[in-house]
Design a protein around this ligand. Structure first.
Ligand code: 0PR
Length: 382
């Protein structure tokens, strides 16, 4: 630690200097992120609850109430029954971890296995390593959705859970959750749905006239769902969400916390920011259902603009986007990513699929898409 302290002015100047090096969502050059500029109400709430800790909730009963209310709103949106339970956690990774931990502990199997789609988020690689669960990958169909027959083939007596994507991180594809639910019920294993990104998109798509398959607790086999407010929820980082169909599942997550104000914790993170839970509550309260629908409509309009623009320019798009993520083939995705970066654009590549992937977030505008397409046409060489 430094021996000569800085003045208040110097501290601020240094912070500003660092912040200036960060990209700004509003500049529209970030086309690879699933996070976005938080809603103004979220920023305000975050600041108000900076020192509140959901890890010791009796000390912060107002914060605890906000978390309960926002979890109830998510539960209602995703058709969870009254018996459900959930938390605002640090992100999709912790949410998926909690779901897998509960499934593994409930099954009490010696050599646990989980069947995930080939397109599962890399958080499952970490989770399975930590929890010592064997990760078995099920094949995808031609539309990059998991093949339920392949999932069923991989189920053994050691399977503790099946995972489906409702908005894959790579392409935003929605696995056939209804079929997976039937497979899960038939084999008596819980189905976990990773809707970290799609959980706050899919519920609004149908109302907007887009095809939107069922993916939530309406389907009997769905035991848990990940849904992240710090992605399409326009909350502050870190706000993930985990919902369990039955609060009794929490028994498999409990750790005793003898000297805290509550006797046990279910989340992995101990000291937990109430700030991002309060921020999530504030966005939900400020936007309501109609506000979210409008945001999703905006992102989908841009996705169509992008998709059509890519096709018109002769790019080979991978699939008609199911959500606000588009992707196109590139002969050398790494080189193209670098070329675009030299022009200030940040896109991501999926080497496995030899493609470039673009996420249309609330901060993106029509002008950004137009500018990007123009630049892409200039720098692309086969
Ligand atoms: N599940 C899905 C479907 C996801 O898309 C992600 C994150 C996770 C789980 C894990 O969530 P956390 O990162 O909250 O733990 N998907 C992106 C990723 O691959 C998120 C992201 C965000 C990527 C910002 C880039 C970026 O700049 O990490």
């Amino acid at each position: 630690m430094r021996t000569k302290k800085l003045s208040k002015k110097e501290v601020l100047a240094k912070l500003k200097q660092a912040q200036e090096k960060d990209l700004k969502y509003e500049d529209g050059k970030i086309l690879c992120s699933m996070c976005t500029t938080p809603h103004a109400a979220a920023k305000q709430a975050h600041e108000m609850f900076l020192d509140s800790n959901l890890g010791d909730p009796e000390l912060f009963q107002g914060s605890m109430q906000l978390e309960k209310e926002v979890v109830a709103e998510l539960a209602e949106l995703l058709h969870a029954p009254q018996t459900c339970a959930g938390f605002i956690v640090s992100g999709g990774t912790e949410a998926n971890l909690m779901a897998m931990y509960a499934a593994r502990n409930a099954a009490k199997t010696e050599a646990p296995e989980v069947v995930v789609p080939e397109s599962a988020h890399f958080s499952f690689d970490k989770i399975c390593r930590i929890l010592k669960i064997k990760q078995v990958k099920a094949k995808l169909d031609a539309d990059f959705r998991v093949d339920p027959a392949s999932v069923e083939q991989q189920i053994t007596k050691r399977t503790v859970a099946v995972v489906g994507n409702a908005g894959s991180a790579e392409l935003g594809t929605v696995d056939p959750i209804d079929s997976l639910s039937k497979v899960a019920v038939a084999h008596g294993v819980p189905l976990h749905v990773d809707a970290a990104f799609g959980g706050l998109v899919l519920p609004f798509l149908k109302e907007l006239g887009y095809a939107a398959p069922e993916f939530d607790f309406k389907l009997a086999g769905v035991e848990s769902v990940t849904v992240d407010p710090h992605k399409m929820g326009m909350s502050t980082i870190a706000a993930g969400g985990i919902l369990f169909r039955h609060s009794k599942t929490l028994q498999y997550l409990k750790t005793e916390t003898p000297y805290l104000t509550q006797p046990y914790q279910c989340t992995f993170v101990g000291t937990r920011p109430a700030a991002s839970a309060a921020a999530t509550w504030a966005v939900f309260a400020s936007l309501g259902h109609e506000g979210f629908k409008k945001t999703v409509a905006h992102c989908m309009t841009l996705t169509t603009q992008l998709y059509e623009g890519l096709e018109e320019a002769g790019f080979e798009v991978l699939l008609r986007p199911q959500m606000n993520i588009a992707a196109f083939h590139a002969a050398n995705p790494k080189r193209l990513t670098q070329k675009l970066r030299q022009k200030g654009w940040y896109v991501s590549q999926v080497p496995r699929l030899s493609c470039i992937r673009l996420v249309m977030m609330p901060h993106t505008t029509t002008q950004h898409v137009t500018d990007f397409l123009q630049c892409l046409k200039q720098v692309y060489t086969k």
